[in-house]
Design a protein around this ligand. Structure first.
Ligand SMILES: [Zn+2]
Ligand SMILES: [Zn+2]
Ligand SMILES: [Zn+2]
Length: 98
């Protein structure tokens, strides 16, 4: 599941464009917008990938902390959960991750 940052409508993981407003979800999903903000913030040194407790095994294997310019896009293309990928980003700030 991915959420459009422009109209707040949820679209399936496979959708490239928002089912409501046709926005490009690679640019405008809430996770894509959040990642852009992290990458523009010099205090963000890394991004941790987190998921809900019942993530599928594929998503579970992707959970890690990535350098800010190597963060994989969400939703995960290989996700096999019936509700789709529900992973999200957590920024790691320089103060706690030197
Ligand atoms: Zn939309
Ligand atoms: Zn998954
Ligand atoms: Zn995932």
């Amino acid at each position: 599941m991915q959420t459009c940052s422009l109209c707040n409508t949820s679209s399936p993981d496979q959708a490239n464009h928002c089912v409501n407003c046709q926005a490009d979800l690679a640019e405008n999903s809430t996770t894509a917008v959040a990642l852009k903000h992290f990458q523009a913030n010099p205090r963000v040194k890394a991004v941790t990938l987190a998921s809900s407790y019942n993530a599928c095994s594929y998503c579970y294997e992707q959970l890690d902390t990535y350098p800010v310019d190597e963060v994989p896009p969400l939703p995960h293309k290989g996700c096999s959960h019936e509700n789709g990928c529900r992973c999200f980003y957590i920024p790691v700030l320089s103060e706690i991750y030197p």
